[in-house]
Structures are given as C-alpha cells and as structure tokens.
Design a protein around this ligand. Structure first.
Ligand code: NAD
Ligand code: WQD
Length: 352
C-alpha cells in the first residue's frame, strides 16, 4: 500500500473511498472548504493521482491518500488503525451500465463485495457513520415524474442491481436489533441524478477513460473536435422534443449535498435514510446540446440514432426531502453547468 504523509491535525478526518474519481475529488474540495480533512482510499482503476494533486492546488493542501483496493481488508484495517474517522463517504465502485451487463461478476465483486469489506472493517473499528453513493437508477423506469424517495425501486441491469443490493444490505444492517449491532449504524443513502460540470477553477473534472458513455462528456468531446458527432439516442420519446429528459446536477452542488448529509448524520442518529440529490428540473438531450453550444461557442454536430436499450423517457427528482431534512438544495443552473464543463474540457483536452 503506498500512501501520502499525514501530519497531525485537529480537523475531523473523513474517509473518502474512490476520492480520486469525478465526484469524490469534488467532494474532497468541499470537505476542505467545510473544515474537514479528507482521507482518500483509491486503487486508481478509473482515476489518476493527479486529481488529488490538483485538489491540493485548489485547497492549499492535498488529501491524505492510500493507494488501496477496497477488497483488501488487511490494507483497509491499517488505514482505520491510523485514523479516527468521524464518518465514511463511499464512492469507490464501477459505474458503466453497458459494461456491467458484459462483466456482471466484476460489478458485484467491486460494488457489493467492496462495500461488505468496508462495512466489516468499519464495524471492527466501532465506526458506524456512512454515506453511500447510490443512484437514481434504483427507481428503474418510474411510473411518473418527479420521483420521490418513496417510489418503488427496481433494477434493469447489473450496475443498477448492485446499487439496489447495497441499499438493501445497508437497510438490513441498520434495522438489526440495537443490541446486536456493535455501534448502531447511522447511514445515509444519496441517490444522485445526473452529475455534470466541473469545479470552477477548471482544474478538476470528469475524465472518462476511452469513449464516454454519458451525454455531457460526449458532447464536450465533440465540441473540442475529439469526436466527430453526437448520436442522439431516440427522438420519439414522449417528451418536450422527443429526446430523453434528465435531471442534470452540477457536481459542486452534489458535493455540497454530501457535506450537508455529513452534518445531518449528527442530528439523524441511528438508522438508514435515502435522499434524492437532483435539481428537480429536467432537460432534454437537444436542450443540453443547445446549452452547450451557447456556453462553448462551438457547434455540436449530431444525428438522430436509435434508442439506447434500457433508456427511459424522463427522469427527474423531487428533491424536497433533502431540502427539508438536510437544508440542502442545488444552486447552479444549466448555464453554469455548461460553462464549467467547457472550461474543464477546453483547458484539459486530454484529461489529467
Ligand atoms: P469514478 O469512476 O470517477 O470514481 C470512482 C473511484 O473509485 C475511481 O477513482 C476509482 O479508481 C475508484 N475505485 C473503483 N473501484 C475501486 C476499488 N475496488 N478500490 C478502491 N477504489 C476503487 O466515478 P464517479 O462518477 O465519481 O462515481 C462515484 C460513485 O457515484 C460511484 O459509486 C458511482 O456508481 C456513483 N454514481 C455516479 C453517477 C455518475 O453519473 N457519475 C451517478 C450516480 C451514482
Ligand atoms: C443521458 C441522456 C441518453 C449519450 C446514466 C446511468 C445512471 C447514472 C447516470 C450512475 C439519455 C442520452 C447519452 C449519448 C445520447 N450513473 N444520450 N447520446 O442514462 O440518464 O444515466 O448515468 O449511477 O445510472 O444509467 O445518463 O448521460 O448516459 O444519458 O443521446 O451519446 O442522454 O439517451 O437520454 P443516463 P447518460
């Protein structure tokens, strides 16, 4: 296990698994801003140490980090022996929907197995405060929009099923009789809608390996000329212009939602709760393309392609519960998401 040095500090340490990734790196910045010290565990399977160095550039201090696989209980135990964490934020995992159908076993090992290892090591150290990266994918094909947390959950692919399984496991752990729990679990599930954008410094952002699966990084790479054109997956959905509608949320808003959830753990106490993190607004693919063209001043050529299997027409959040209980709501609008995405893409055409 290689690691960075860790000077003593009076700030509370927060363990951030997958902290070098897209969302985790932005959360590290917001944790520093809020007076915490992020301690990152990452195996860099889908990220680079450079992301953490740049967090350091932004914050004046880089997160402490351990290059470690979550499926290594011995290494994880050493990390818990060195730090007393005030909470754990768990981002590490695999996230490509299409890939999950090709290599489901790997997805279950990483996403479910990794979480089990983490929770076992947490319990062995009397650590019970956990914030888990879930996804709007757990709502499957919702009967209506906006989606609130009481909607039924389902999965249509192994990635989504791995998130659902972890949610169920964490709910079961928190529901066990208090006398049978080492320390009563205090867990928050955050169901993200579609994170986009980047830190306004333009120094950290989304850096997908290979051809992007998600809309925004794809559009950004078309705008910069790395990809010739966007395929718009279907224009015959029952939406404003026939293209798919999603709730895009600025990654910095999302990161701040984690800090709000962290503070909320103290007031909530034992149990397991789920919150949507979205803006409550949906935009279509063509509205996103038009907004990106405005922000970048570049043309984004596209053609209409067949629907992508498994896609749904519309997905956007009712985010009232997070506002009421966590005091959090998204601040940044579409224009800002696009400006920040473009600043990152144009300043880092080849990523980190
Ligand atoms: P990401 O791939 O950029 O970050 C994940 C990080 O985890 C990477 O740095 C990767 O190297 C690390 N990692 C993966 N497996 C690991 C392991 N076994 N041990 C240690 N580190 C490991 O992804 P992201 O977009 O930042 O997503 C973070 C989390 O949020 C994931 O759990 C993802 O499923 C969830 N999520 C993401 C989205 C999205 O659209 N980006 C939406 C909903 C939920
Ligand atoms: C958005 C819209 C596409 C690419 C996925 C996961 C979800 C969550 C977020 C992790 C859809 C359209 C896309 C392209 C297109 N991830 N599109 N051309 O599918 O809403 O959600 O990422 O948890 O679980 O399923 O996001 O960005 O792939 O697609 O037309 O090249 O853009 O059809 O309408 P999605 P996305």
């Amino acid at each position: 296990m290689s690691s960075s040095s860790s000077a003593p500090t009076t700030r509370p340490d927060v363990l951030v698994t997958g902290g070098a990734g897209y969302i985790g790196s932005h959360v590290c910045v917001e944790l520093f801003n809020a007076g915490y010290r992020p301690v990152v565990v990452d195996n860099f399977s889908n990220s680079k140490p450079e992301a953490l160095r740049r967090v350091g550039e932004i914050c004046g201090e880089a997160p402490v980090f351990y290059e470690l696989d979550l499926n290594d209980p011995k290494g994880l135990t050493e990390v818990f022996a060195r730090h007393s964490f005030s909470a754990v934020m768990h981002f590490a995992g695999l996230k490509a929907v299409g890939e999950s159908s090709r290599i489901p076993l790997t997805y279950y090992r990483e996403n479910v197995g990794g979480t089990l290892t983490l929770c076992e090591v947490m319990a062995a150290h009397g650590q019970s405060r956990l914030i888990f990266s879930s996804s709007a994918t757990v709502y499957g094909d919702p009967a209506s929009v906006p989606i609130d947390e009481r909607f039924p959950t389902s999965a249509t692919n192994p990635y989504g099923r791995s998130k659902l399984m972890v949610e169920d496991i964490l709910q079961d752990m928190a529901a066990a009789p208090a006398a049978d729990q080492v320390v009563p679990w205090n867990i928050t599930l955050l169901r993200y809608f579609n994170p986009v954008g980047a830190h306004d410094s333009g120094r950290i952002g989304e850096d997908p390996a290979g051809i992007p699966n998600n809309l925004l990084p794809y559009v950004a790479q078309v705008a910069i000329g790395k990809l010739p054109e966007l395929s718009v997956f279907g224009d015959d959905y029952d939406t404003v212009d026939g293209t798919g509608v999603r709730d895009y949320i600025h990654v910095v808003d999302l990161a701040r939602g984690h800090v709000a959830a962290l503070k909320g753990l103290s007031t909530a106490g034992a149990g397991c709760r789920a919150y949507n993190l979205g803006t409550g607004r949906g935009y279509s693919v063509l509205q996103m393309v038009a907004a990106f063209e405005r922000a970048s001043g570049r043309k984004v050529p596209y053609r209409i392609a067949p629907r992508r299997p498994g896609d749904i027409a519309s997905c956007y959040a009712n985010a009232d519960l997070a506002r009421r209980e966590l005091g959090w709501s998204a601040e940044f609008g579409l224009e800002r998401m696009m400006e920040d995405a473009w600043r990152w893409q144009s300043g880092n055409p080849n990523g980190y």
